[in-house]
Design a protein around this ligand. Structure first.
Ligand code: C2E
Ligand code: MG
Ligand code: MG
Length: 324
């Protein structure tokens, strides 16, 4: 057996036994997070971090009602001709007290306190409403929305997705749900059935940040995943880092071998683009093509992309089937 110990000191850390114990408890979780059999003192950086977290949590509770949240859209492109095929919806929070807070910081807080359920529904509504306005027959864009584990657990995700898709008037194929490996690994019964029913009706499913969690090949085989997203941390080292090269090429092969699409995240350089193209990676997303943009900028992005397609169609005939 092993023990993790959290320590808080009276009177420096708290004036009452309850708060003192809460702080010792927080320090104990911190110690556990650092690896087992450790100890941590509730002091300095840890107390500052917890205070910020607490303050962010309080502000986040009101952020949705106060209109502080917005959604940005990052184009996903086909690597062979860089044409936009869809957009990933990415949540943004501009808080009057805290400034711009990164989703990497506030999403875990929202997941922890359950706020991600109403916030996630709001993102879905926004994203589906926008994509309804942007897509047409000749540009069948989809929108990819990140879904947290917690949204599956409430049991209402399916109902919410259908309500939102129907009221936006889009076909299910215009919506892609991005889940991570931890979501894919959660309660097999509940989440899997919801995923299956949604995908059977046409909603697309992508596995985000592939390779960064506990990847289960069985899940990969059994879940109706359409797109495997190669995580940015592996794309970063391309094309020089031998380990990243191995991981990325094997992941692309794995995706294709299982009949799935491959998408590389966080492409920032021409070299990465060319390397991924040579390896047969189909789709990509990253600052090289475009950063996430506020919704107002997307119509002009679409107009520009359509111009580019027209220009290349005038010079070289492009095949219709490649445009889908
Ligand atoms: P993600 O879903 O893997 O999203 C990709 C992240 O990579 C985004 O960060 C995007 O802005 C960033 N990115 C894209 N291309 C590049 C690039 O070329 N270079 C660099 N350095 N970064 C790039 P962001 O927007 O900060 O989001 C972070 C994470 O927060 C997302 O990772 C996702 O897990 C989560 N998230 C964002 N919006 C939502 C949401 O509406 N719901 C949920 N549940 N999670 C969300
Ligand atoms: Mg994502
Ligand atoms: Mg990702």
């Amino acid at each position: 057996m092993s023990a993790s110990i959290g320590i808080s000191l009276y009177p420096e850390d708290a004036a009452t036994p309850e708060v003192l114990l809460q702080h010792a408890d927080s320090a104990m979780y911190h110690a556990k997070g650092q690896g087992k059999r450790g100890m941590a003192l509730f002091a300095g950086e840890l107390s500052e971090r917890l205070a910020r977290r607490h303050s962010l949590e309080q502000s986040l509770r009101k952020a949705l009602d106060k209109g502080e949240l917005s959604v940005c859209y990052q184009p996903q492109v086909r690597l062979s001709d860089r044409q936009t095929v869809g957009f990933e919806a990415l949540l943004r929070w501009n808080s009057p007290e805290h400034g711009r807070v990164s989703p990497a910081e506030f999403i875990p807080i929202a997941e922890n306190n359950g706020m991600i359920v109403p916030i996630g529904q709001w993102v879905l509504e926004q994203a589906c409403g926008r994509i309804a306005a942007w897509r047409r027959g000749d540009r069948p864009y989809y929108v990819a929305v990140n879904i947290s584990l917690r949204q599956f657990l409430g049991g209402r995700l399916e109902e919410i997705v259908w309500k939102v898709v129907n009221s936006a008037g889009i076909p299910p194929q215009a919506l892609e749900l991005e889940i991570t490996e931890s979501t894919a690994a959660c309660d097999p019964q509940q989440a899997e059935q919801v995923i299956r029913r949604l995908t059977e009706a046409g909603v697309r499913l992508a596995l985000d940040d592939f390779g960064t969690g506990y990847s289960s090949m069985r899940r990969l085989r059994e879940l109706p995943i359409r797109t495997l997203k190669v995580d940015k941390s592996f794309v970063d080292g391309l094309p020089e880092d031998g380990d990243d090269v191995q991981i990325v090429t094997s992941t692309i092969q794995l995706a294709h071998g299982l009949g799935k699409l491959s998408l590389a995240e966080g492409i920032e350089t021409e070299e990465q683009h060319l390397f991924l193209l040579e390896q047969g990676c189909m789709l990509g997303q990253g600052y090289l093509y475009s950063p996430p943009m506020p919704e107002e900028l997307i119509p002009s992005w679409i107009a520009q992309s359509c111009e580019a397609v027209k220009a290349s169609a005038d010079s070289t005939p492009i095949r219709r089937e490649n445009m889908q």
